[in-house]
Design a protein around this ligand. Structure first.
Ligand code: NAD
Length: 268
């Protein structure tokens, strides 16, 4: 690993208390970045930050935030700047899922998923970009990184709202790239498939509860068997390389792109 690849990058990561957000925070810091970990669970985010600081190299701070709040997004940006002096990268990773068949979707299910996965991404992008614009031009582009999903491109019968929210993340990536280019801000993202995290472990249970699957673990097995070219599910370590690339100078000439990391589930 190049322990200086992300040196000089000050990165705000939402949803960083666990799962892929925590894995990316650890990987970024190991490559020299300073990271601000924002999460609803401030205590767990602080534990991840403490472990990063104990490991050495990049520094970490944690902030409790609800990504659906504009004020919390602004406060998380301010905490990043207070700790590290500026912000050059925002990774919008916080997200959730709650499966429902189409006719069982209600307003609560719709609002919860759309607010966290899509509306909050827009709020976070805007608040981070506001700070980047205020900081003024820098040689290298500022970077926003959005976490999409296989569900950004593939309709799935059991998670209509999640798909709607994640198609929205793709639109925010493509439209954000157009809208922020004049400020030297690039917008890219990545789209995982099945990643073993607390989110998927809960989803696995919920799919049995709504009657889509008969037993725990069946969803994993069915997807590997029927959908994946690489015949295994993935883990947070499988996404950190792509996320690191998007945070690094190596992706400077890219914008408006969402890279699939899904074992070959979708091919465009
Ligand atoms: N796990 C997968 O298979 C998978 C696949 C594709 C995309 N994704 C996406 O990747 C991202 C990370 O997923 P994960 O699997 O690591 O999830 P996870 O549940 O392990 O972690 C998500 C984190 O987001 C935080 N969070 C949730 N709501 C929040 C809010 N309102 N404000 C602040 N923080 C909040 C949680 O506290 C948690 O720490 C999500 O956007 C998810 O949709 C996951």
């Amino acid at each position: 690993m190049d322990t200086e690849r992300l040196k000089g990058k000050n990165i705000l990561i939402t949803g960083a208390a666990r799962g892929m957000g925590a894995a990316n925070a650890e990987a970024f810091a190991a490559q020299g970045a300073n990271v601000c970990l924002g999460d609803l669970d401030g205590d767990e985010a602080q534990k991840v930050a403490d472990a990063i600081n104990a490991a050495g190299n990049g520094k970490a701070v944690a902030v409790r935030m609800d990504v659906t709040s504009r004020a919390d997004n602004a406060a998380a940006v301010a905490a990043t700047v207070e700790a590290f002096g500026s912000i050059n990268v925002g990774l919008f990773n916080a997200g959730l899922n709650k499966p429902r068949f189409f006719m069982d979707i209600d307003e609560d299910n719709w609002d919860m998923i759309m607010n966290v996965n899509t509306k909050a991404m827009w709020l976070g992008m805007q608040e981070v970009a506001r700070q980047m614009i205020a900081q003024g031009p820098q040689d290298k582009p500022y970077k926003l990184i959005n976490v999409g999903s296989i569900a950004s491109r593939k309709p799935l019968v059991d998670v209509t709202v999640y798909c709607t929210s994640k198609y929205g993340c793709l639109a925010l990536t493509e439209c954000g790239a157009l809208g922020l280019a004049e400020h030297n801000i690039t917008v890219n993202g990545y789209a995982p498939g099945v990643v073993v995290t607390p989110l998927w472990e809960q989803l696995d249970k919920d799919l049995v509860e709504i009657g889509f699957k008969e037993r725990a673990g069946q969803a994993y097995d069915d997807i590997v068997e029927n959908n994946l070219v690489i015949k295994r599910v993935s883990y947070p370590k499988d996404v950190v390389g792509t996320a690191s690339f998007l945070a690094s100078d190596d992706s400077d000439y890219m914008t408006g792109q969402m890279i699939s990391i899904d074992g070959g589930w979708v091919t465009k």
